[in-house]
Design a protein around this ligand. Structure first.
Ligand code: CAA
Length: 256
């Protein structure tokens, strides 16, 4: 049983809630390790089709745990197990939706940006305040933030340490929807369940193809897309999808 997470099953989706309320869900090595393990369980379980990750109403996560960081010197940082945990979290192959209320700062903002879809409560605040501590983002913040919101706003957030509101995050393209805070998790679960009803192989390859758009040049990305599209043409779910359309019924996808 994890110490720092609460995990709930909702049909074919899982809701993972970060649970360190006394420290605004600050990310300890233990929490990141438990999260990486839980995501691995979700990846391995064919009955899990999508995952929602959330925090509390006050904080999604207020960044790396600064008390833990204070104990780590340069040598400690060089073989820091958190790097491996972050890597495992980023490699989660199924759809991951972040439902963000309150503070998403530093590593908390980076964790939210690892998600494929971000839904924010009206009171959410996104920021990379590491510069205030004499450091800089180290879990993807500089790379993912710039891709999400563009150069000028990313520079302002990272260099000046300024946070942005949910509304600004929506305008900048960091989040896809804003809800009332009490509805954020419900909305994220609704999207997760909608995704869970689709053909799993198509979802997985579509996610992979979309992520390639951030890393590859257009020609290589298009090649990957064509290859993935062709692979799906050989699946039973593709036949079922088209047959269900013709027979005017809901498709029953099996994941093969
Ligand atoms: N690490 C450890 N504890 C934290 C924490 C953190 N990142 N953020 C908040 N807490 C703790 C506080 O110490 C406090 O504990 P006590 O009640 O025992 O004093 C409790 O959570 C509540 O916090 P506050 O009283 O400060 O709440 P507030 O509403 O006044 O302020 C806040 C909220 C603006 C988020 C403020 O807590 C804050 O600035 N936190 C630090 C944010 C930050 O700098 N994050 C970046 C960390 S570095 C990083 O993330 C790098 C990386 O991953 C690679």
């Amino acid at each position: 049983m994890p110490n720092t997470l609460v995990v709930q099953a909702h049909q074919a989706t899982r809701l993972i809630t970060l649970h360190r309320p006394h420290a605004l869900n600050a990310l300890t090595t233990e929490l990141l390790g438990e999260l990486a393990d839980e995501l691995q369980r979700c990846a391995d379980d064919p009955d899990v089709r999508a995952v929602v990750i959330t925090g509390s109403r006050k904080a999604f996560a207020a960044g790396a745990d600064l008390n833990e960081m204070a104990e780590r010197d340069l040598v400690g940082m060089l073989d820091d197990p958190r790097q491996g945990y972050w890597q495992r979290i980023t490699q989660f192959p199924k759809p991951l939706i972040a439902a963000v209320n309150g503070y998403a700062l530093g590593g908390g903002c980076e964790l939210a940006m690892h998600a494929d879809i971000l839904i924010a409560g009206e009171d959410a605040q996104f920021g990379q305040p590491e510069i205030n501590l004499g450091i800089m983002p180290g879990a993807g913040g500089t790379q993912r933030l710039l891709r999400a919101v563009g150069k000028s706003l990313a520079m302002q957030m990272v260099l000046a340490g300024e946070s942005i509101s949910a509304r600004r995050a929506l305008d900048a393209g960091l989040v896809s929807e804003i809800t009332q805070p009490e509805l954020t998790v419900e909305r994220a679960l609704q999207i997760a369940q909608r995704i869970a009803a689709k053909a799993p192989l198509a979802v997985r390859l579509a996610k992979e193809a979309l992520l390639k758009a951030q890393d590859l040049d257009l020609a290589s990305g298009l090649r990957f897309e064509r290859h993935a599209f062709t692979l799906l043409a050989g699946t039973a779910d593709r036949d079922e999808g088209i047959r269900a359309f013709q027979e005017k019924r809901q498709a029953d996808f099996k994941g093969c």
